[in-house]
Design a protein around this ligand. Structure first.
Ligand SMILES: Nc1ncnc2c1ncn2[C@@H]1O[C@H](COP(=O)(O)OP(=O)(O)O)[C@@H](O)[C@H]1O
Ligand SMILES: [Mg+2]
Length: 651
């Protein structure tokens, strides 16, 4: 991969108005202190840079900024003859100031002397005395070379080159960082605007760079949205770190800027009807909200939805939810009253019967025969084990079962005989299921929506078992449908917020089945236009096979060291850079991607646009509550008439 650009050499680097003068002092090779099946095997280096003291620097330099130092590859005969300059690019992982006097203070020194030196350092920091102070910096190579040709055109080439110790360190400036991170991505998305805006309708950006904060200029950060969706992404941070906020921010950008995409949100916390309330009111974006029970009234619906703290007390938050209810897009899940067996569950039942009868070889053989029959039926008709059986199958099964008990002379007083001769009763189960409630939305109707006009299907169900059941059924239905139809469009993104509820590691039973379904979706979905988004506060105990499928990730504050180690080893992000996320306020992220950002696997710190700003605007734009306490100042024409009637009556 390469990024090309026309930034000329003289404005490639910044020295913060002459304040920055640093040299690469040391390169330390570090052994990976953690082992993981995914950790890269490349040797890693830590670089130490020493910088002349300048009081401005401590305010300007930040972790995450990129440095360039000339390297040995630029010394080659070829490079020299072609006039090429090559720099090793590294990312700052730590900056700290050093004071000569303070360094010499020892606990055993005469106490007043210690205090004297310590106190003296305060005025020193505000001078530019380079004899007593220095700035140190650690930086980690990002395995890219910055190559500048004779004409001053730049290119980024993958690979590590050993930097020249003692060489000048350069800080890559804002404009170049913008080019590095965004140029390729914007081109690939066909977004050409030079201006940027936090309005999701106007700009597909995620947010802004969390660097050069002292500068007046802000750099927007883009991710390649089609690739983000297609290659799956994860959002990891503690509760309150802004995961759901970021997700809804990304969803808006996807919906407004990528026409052929749909979202299916498994919303166990029941917060997305509000978090995306502006989207649900947007007539250009067809959508559905599926609840656990029929809310019956707009008030019940508004009450059942969770709102962020800033909106909890605001009555208008309920008003916009009621308005959504009034559009008629809120429905509820019409759970099957009778559980229709699937081919899989039937086979499981049959295997159980076989085990029970294992002491009688002929009975076991009868069951084997029947199991073979079901397996062949499933294979020859192209069905899957997750599908529900139908009446045609029940007739065949009934025939086969009767034949088997006759052939193997199963005793007519045995339980197996009773089972085998009553299979036609399954038809009653099927017809009972058919005549179930007519309201709400059934699983079949939900599946149909995958090829319908809806762009957002938000399933807000707090009961984990019900929601997991839907995850299993809907993800496998989507895969099955896509495999059969050879369609890859529209791209469907399946969203699992609070992912620990769906994909824990080492689960058993229903939960294990759910985890396996999501794993299958992520493994196979890419080929069929099905993507996955995962958000969780505890990454350590998730199904690692699923983490491996994520190509893009946003990491916020993870207070537990073990979680950070898992992120570091799963996604090959340097721990020292990851530790920076500990200082992040909600909404700030370390973003890294193998595929959807400007530089593969190079982390960048972003401040995501706050999704709540959009909600505040949306709330401010709606009419006051339907039953206002005081009369609104502006009234519509019909209300004026009503008023007139009132007045005549009074008069
Ligand atoms: N990008 C952001 N900018 C500013 N504040 C944010 C941002 N993202 C989140 N927050 C704040 O953090 C709070 C928690 O966000 P939320 O998305 O609910 O976190 P999580 O889903 O991780 O628990 C929000 O209510 C909001 O006040
Ligand atoms: Mg959340």
């Amino acid at each position: 991969m390469s990024n090309r650009g026309k930034v000329t050499k003289h404005n490639l680097f910044t020295d913060f108005d002459g304040a920055f003068e640093g040299r690469l002092a040391r390169v330390i090779s570090v052994a990976a202190n953690y082992t993981s099946e995914w950790a890269g095997s490349a040797a890693r280096y830590d670089c130490r840079i020493k910088i002349r003291y300048n009081k401005e620097l401590m305010a300007q330099l930040e972790e995450g900024m990129l440095l360039a130092v000339k390297n040995f590859r630029g010394q080659s005969k070829k490079a020299v003859s072609e006039g090429i300059e090559r720099y090793t690019v590294m990312v700052i992982s730590k900056v700290w100031p050093l004071h000569y006097g303070l360094g010499g203070v020892n606990d055993s020194h005469y106490f007043p002397l210690q205090m004297e030196i310590i106190e003296q350092s305060v005025p020193d920091w505000s001078t530019d005395d380079q004899a007593t102070m220095m700035v140190h910096m650690n930086a980690v190579p990002i395995n890219y070379d910055l190559v500048i040709d004779k004409k001053g055109e730049i290119e980024f080439r993958k690979g590590f080159s050993y930097p020249l110790v003692g060489e000048k360190a350069h800080v890559i400036d804002l404009e170049t960082v913008d080019l590095i991170y965004n140029d390729k991505v914007k081109k690939s998305m066909g977004y050409t605007k030079k201006t940027t805006s936090e309005d999701p309708k106007k700009d597909p950006r995620v947010g802004v760079l969390r660097m050069f904060m002292e500068s007046d200029h802000q750099v927007p950060i883009y991710v390649d949205l089609p690739k983000l969706v297609r290659y799956h992404f994860g959002v990891f941070s503690f509760t309150g770190g802004g995961k759901s906020n970021l997700m809804s921010n990304l969803f808006r950008r996807i919906l407004y800027h990528e026409k052929d995409t749909k979202l299916v949100i498994f919303d166990i916390s029941c917060e997305y009807p509000f978090l995306l309330s502006d989207v649900f009111m947007d007539s250009k974006i067809p959508s559905t909200i599926v609840l656990e029970e029929d809310p019956k009234t707009p008030e019940n619906f508004a009450r059942s939805v969770v709102k962020p703290r800033d909106f909890e007390e605001d009555p208008r938050a309920n008003d916009i939810l009621k308005a959504i209810y009034d559009t008629g897009k809120v429905t509820y899940y019409n759970r099957p009253l009778t559980q229709v067996p699937t081919y899989g569950s039937l086979m499981q039942e049959m295997r159980g019967l076989r085990t029970e009868n294992s002491s009688r070889p002929t009975y076991a053989q009868a069951m084997d025969e029947l199991l073979d029959f079901v397996t062949n039926y499933v294979n020859s008709t192209g069905k899957t084990e997750h599908e529900e059986i139908d009446t045609g199958f029940v007739d065949l099964l009934d025939q086969e079962a009767r034949k088997a008990v006759a052939t193997f002379q199963v005793h007519d007083k045995s339980a197996l005989y009773a089972w085998a001769t009553t299979r036609s009763t399954l038809k009653k189960v099927l017809s009972r299921a058919k005549s179930a409630r007519q309201t709400g939305i059934t699983i079949k109707e939900l599946m149909k929506k995958f090829s319908g006009p809806e762009r957002v299907i938000c399933i807000s169900i707090a009961d984990p078992d019900t929601l997991r059941d839907l995850v299993i059924k809907l993800t496998s239905a989507a895969l099955r449908y896509r495999k059969r139809s050879f369609e890859i469009k529209p791209q469907i993104l399946f969203v699992f917020d609070e992912a620990q509820e769906f994909i824990p590691s080492g689960a058993s039973g229903h939960l294990a089945q759910t985890s396996a379904s999501v794993e299958r979706l992520l493994r196979q979905g890419r080929k069929y236009g099905l993507g996955g988004a995962i958000a969780t506060q505890r990454i350590a105990y998730l199904n690692t096979n699923i983490l491996q499928q994520l190509h893009t990730f946003f990491v916020g504050t993870l207070p537990r060291p073990y979680d950070r180690t898992v992120v570091s080893s799963s996604f090959q992000i340097d721990l020292s850079i990851l530790d920076k996320t500990l200082d992040f306020p909600p909404g700030s992220w370390l973003l890294s991607s193998y595929i959807a950002t400007g530089l593969d696997s190079v982390p960048v710190f972003v401040k995501a646009d706050n999704s709540e700003d959009v909600l505040k605007q949306h709330i401010a734009s709606i009419k006051p509550s339907s039953k206002p306490k005081s009369k609104p100042k502006t009234v519509s024409s019909d209300e004026v008439e009503d008023d007139d009637v009132e007045q005549t009556k009074l008069a």
